[in-house]
Design a protein around this ligand. Sequence first.
Ligand code: FAD
Length: 317
Amino acid sequence: MKITEHIKNANGKTLFSFELLPPIKGQSIQWIYDAIDPLLEFNPPFIDVTSLREDYIYKEQDNGLLQKVAYRKRPGTIAICAAIIHKYKIDAVPHLICGGFTKEETENALIDLQFLGIDNVLALRGDARAADNSFIPTKGGHCYATDLIAHIKNHNDGKFLHEDVETFKSDFCIGVAGYPEKHFEAPNLNADFKFLKKKVDMGAEFIVTQMFFDNQKYFDFVKKCRENDINVPIIPGLKPISTLTQLNVLPKIFHIDLPDDLVDDLSQAKSNAEAKEIGTAAMIKQCNELIEFGAPVLHFYTMGKPAQTKEIARAIF
Ligand code: FAD
């Protein structure tokens, strides 16, 4: 079922969902099941599975020289989605990214997804490789999420890349990323907003936000969206703090601000256990406010570790 239908059927009740990343190459699918099982009691109508671009590794050749090889550390996004649907009968939402895929590979992925009965996709540009300073598009691939949306919309209309005739049609419900604190490459919030609007005008039917810790940022973002005629559901993405180092790491990696009171509290913490306790309490408060506001879904970035999300969900649902 489409995410938009799940939200409509909930009649204003806030739903619970979460996001997983594929296991590191070599781990079994059990890693995924162990990350899902503890959260089933909260009836997630959908589970997202991220897609991570290939990075480089260096392999020594017979002549002793090092060769740069593209290496995908966490493959399996589509297969994991299929496994989730098969085992749990819960909708799985694969993230489709531009980086690391040619247009033909994207088309093949869309064909696989339709054959598997997957109704939703999250269309993203994708992160830069760790080995690169900034995002470098793949040769023959898409550059921006907008290009990917155009591709999926064409695919929905039965238009394939190298076929002149119309073939079978699809009906993917497309989600996109939104940044209450702006995407770090955009010169300002308005410039970023222009592209968010473009993504929705092109056919995106829901937005999932980057994590944020100050609800006012989300409230302002939703207001600005509505004022600009962006009327699709805006799903807040949430990441509870679980370690001391996240105080510095999360702002650096995700280009977000932590509110003063949370920084003050975390600065007093003497161990990861204390930081986690503070992070959990702060997230419960944040979630209760978001429910009060009428957020359609609370979407947790679990990174495959369900325990803290479970504690939070037990306190709020
Ligand atoms: P875009 O919407 O393409 O925007 C990228 C930048 O370019 C922005 O600064 C924007 O303002 C600008 N821009 C947009 N369109 C245009 C245009 N047409 N012309 C010129 N400039 C433009 N990353 C992964 O690698 N894998 C994942 O699974 C993943 N999941 C995510 C899930 C969520 C909910 C979120 C919020 C992020 C996720 N990311 C993921 C991270 C995301 O890929 C990065 O933040 C990436 O840098 C931007 O992706 P985007 O889809 O927002 O890009």
